[in-house]
Design a binder for this molecule. Structure first.
Ligand code: ZN
Length: 84
């Protein structure tokens, strides 16, 4: 019996301008490149070292995973409205 195993890719970036490290979790790593990524700290585009790691499981196990919600955009708040 063959079981399908969920996998996704973590793209691990190191910004060569400000030294920030960040991870992009994606099921379409082929759509990402240095020239299409913006550093969240300094807005650098195109000057990164990038590593790729295949991960077992679903992205939602890591994002949000066990993370505490600290911010939600007004657009998302408006789309859900106030439920009672
Ligand atoms: Zn940067």
């Amino acid at each position: 019996m063959i079981n399908a195993v969920a996998m996704y890719t973590q793209l691990k970036y190191k910004c060569m301008n400000c030294d920030t490290k960040f991870i992009v979790c994606t099921e379409t790593p082929e759509l990402w490149s240095s020239n299409s990524t913006t550093c969240p700290d300094c807005s650098n585009v195109g000057d990164f070292i990038i590593w790729s790691e295949s991960k077992y499981g679903e992205i939602t196990q890591d994002v949000p995973g066990a993370g505490d919600l600290i911010s939600i955009s007004p657009q998302v708040q408006n789309s859900y409205g106030q439920e009672k």
